[in-house]
Design a protein around this ligand. Structure first.
Ligand code: PLP
Length: 392
């Protein structure tokens, strides 16, 4: 046998291993210290009661012969596709039901979609970025070019028409930078992609955090995007489904490559390699889109957003440069006194007992920056910001 040797080109990710080793060592040395974790990239609040009840009911249905269900439709249950369709209609985006693919979350679909693209495509990835985009393309041996986030472009890099690309990743609100593209900026990307005959893979996993009505929550709110974009979304951060697993991917019928429908290719891929999200989970997801479930999940999002505001206000008060913190659960700050990301990590851990995430773990341009997240408990965030002020 031969292995896929591209896997040997993957860089080991020491980021979270290093963080946990450093925190462990510090705890052993100072067992009485109260360490606050502001590096959590996972939700901490429980599922909405409406979601839990819907899943309980679905479990009972599965225990009765008359209502038992086996394999479902690989593209998702009709009732959930319709709920997603209504959700998009409320954003002013009309979708056909067959354009919506229910899946087990954005990460799988972001990786799996690459099955339908040739390995000789050039991929454009923003740096710093969610590492999955780089790793999944490295596994396939694709050529990767970068567009860089900087203080000058507020970590929302725009297209460079001199750079040729076939597949473009965009993430807004962004992980790790919390930065958001405006509609006008997204329109520049759409225009660039169409001129290049490229496809945009738009990751909107954090769209539920956008509270400013002037900011886009879907790339399809931009004219022409249906001809050049695929959108990946998830209930992970919207409704606390990180452990339950459900997401959706929109592949427009208008998206074609040399007259071949990408929607049809993705359908073929999914029906061949995937058997769908569990019925019980899809009933829970449907409830997350119901009026009651949506309001309950929204309350959790607002809780995280308030945490983010508290962090952002502290940084503003201290005169520390940052992006995010509004319309996003992430805050991306410039390390004070020109410290490197890891120097600031140590400084924060040792002097304030706060754990965050070094920006250098998200790409070359992340060096000198630091990510804080708003997924913690309110009292921890308040206490952490008090300590932050004392040491900054
Ligand atoms: N996209 C981004 C930018 C993320 O940060 C994450 C999770 O942290 C995902 C996608 C994956 O989400 P899911 O839980 O739906 O797989």
């Amino acid at each position: 046998m031969n292995i896929n040797s591209n896997y040997l080109n993957l860089k080991d990710s020491y980021l979270f291993v290093m963080i946990s080793q450093k925190v462990q060592a510090y705890k052993e040395q100072y067992p009485d210290k109260n360490i606050i974790r502001l590096g959590i990239g996972d939700v901490t609040l429980p599922l909405a009661p409406a979601v839990v009840n819907a899943m309980k009911d679905a479990v009972l249905e599965q225990g009765v012969a008359e209502t038992f269900k086996g394999y479902g439709d690989e593209q998702g249950c009709d009732f959930l596709q319709k709920a997603v369709q209504r959700y998009y209609a409320n954003k002013g985006v009309e979708l056909e039901e067959n354009e919506i693919f229910i899946g087990d979350g954005a990460k799988s679909d972001l990786g799996n979609i690459l099955d339908i693209f040739s390995t000789d495509n050039t991929v454009l990835v923003p740096d710093p970025v969610y590492p999955v985009y780089v790793d999944t393309n490295t596994m396939a041996g694709r050529n990767i070019v970068y567009v860089y986030g900087t203080i000058e472009n507020e970590f929302s890099p725009l297209p460079d028409t001199r750079v040729a690309a076939d597949i473009i990743y965009l993430c807004s609100p962004n992980n790790p930078t919390g930065a958001l593209y405006t509609k006008e900026q997204l329109a520049l990307w759409v225009d660039y992609a169409r001129k290049q005959d490229a496809v945009i893979l738009f990751d909107s996993a954090y769209e539920a955090f956008v509270s400013d009505p002037n900011l886009p929550t879907s790339i399809f709110q931009v004219e022409g995007a249906k001809e050049c974009a695929i959108e990946f979304c998830s209930l992970s951060k919207t409704a606390g489904f990180t452990g339950v697993r459900c997401g959706y991917t929109v592949v427009p019928n208008a998206l074609k490559c040399n007259d071949v429908s990408l929607n049809k290719l993705w359908l073929r891929r999914q029906t061949t390699k995937y058997n769908g999200v569990p019925y019980i989970v899809q009933r829970g997801a449907e409830a997350a889109f119901s009026e009651e479930g949506f309001a309950q999940s929204k309350a959790n999002t607002l809780y995280y957003l308030e945490n983010a505001r508290i962090i952002a206000d502290t940084l503003t008060e201290l005169g520390i440069w940052f992006t995010g913190g509004r319309n996003s659960p992430y805050i991306w700050l410039k390390c004070p006194n020109n410290m490197t990301s890891w120097e600031f990590f140590d400084h924060l851990l040792e002097n304030a007992n706060i754990v965050g995430t070094p920006g250098s773990g998200f790409g070359e341009k992340g060096e000198g920056f630091f990510r804080l997240t708003a997924f913690g408990k309110r009292e921890d965030v308040v206490e952490a910001m008090k300590r932050f002020k004392e040491i900054a």
